[in-house]
Write a protein that binds this ligand. Structure first.
Ligand SMILES: CC(C)(COP(=O)(O)OP(=O)(O)OC[C@H]1O[C@@H](n2cnc3c(N)ncnc32)[C@H](O)[C@@H]1OP(=O)(O)O)[C@@H](O)C(=O)NCCC(=O)NCCS
Length: 157
């Protein structure tokens, strides 16, 4: 991809596609918790951005970021398999990070499955540091990894 794809705020009618992508790409093998009604709630939530990338009208990627007091929390991010490794995820995450800066957040937190090497490499490449392993975070033997990125200088201890 030669230029950044346009990122837009999701519309309620995107909820079914987003929920299906979450089920297939993020919650695979786990209980499906991000169903369309929950996505629509996130779209309505003034403290949350649900951002999407579309190609020829079809939704190819989405990200959900919640803006808390000092932290922003990236709840979900996924790029449809056929559109991966073209810089779509990078563009989407940068857009969400820019929004977090505007919202005054100092840090972004995110969690990934420990066995999700692609996501961990992706976040590492984009400046996220792994700060903890969370045993059984996704149930049973499925561990998580917590990552974070400071948007401003780390406060002195
Ligand atoms: C992780 C994910 C969002 C990355 O999206 P993407 O659009 O393919 O990523 P980009 O093309 O912007 O990649 C940026 C950089 O991240 C790294 N990266 C991305 N995917 C990678 C992979 N599969 N293996 C190794 N490194 C990878 C690379 O350094 C890449 O730069 P490069 O292509 O120039 O080498 C995508 O693989 C995905 O949707 N996975 C399934 C859902 C998921 O795991 N979401 C994250 C947990 S919520």
């Amino acid at each position: 991809m030669t230029s950044d794809p346009p990122v837009h705020l999701a519309q309620p009618e995107d909820a079914d596609d987003i929920a299906a992508l979450s089920r297939d790409l993020i919650e695979r093998g786990l209980p499906w918790t991000w169903r369309a009604a929950r996505i629509r709630g996130a779209i309505r939530d003034p403290d949350t951005n649900v951002a999407v990338v579309r190609t020829d009208g079809a939704l190819v990627a989405f990200g959900i970021m919640e803006y808390l007091e000092e932290d922003a929390y990236l709840s979900l991010l996924a790029v449809r398999a056929a559109s991966q490794r073209r810089g779509v995820g990078r563009s989407l995450l940068r857009w969400l990070e820019a929004s977090a800066r505007v919202a005054g957040c100092r840090r972004i937190r995110v969690e990934a499955r420990r066995d999700n090497g692609a996501a961990r490499t992706f976040y590492n490449e984009l400046g996220y540091h792994e700060v903890a392993v969370t045993r059984g975070r996704y149930g049973g033997d499925v561990d998580g990894v917590r990552l974070e990125k400071w948007l401003m200088p780390v406060p002195a201890p």
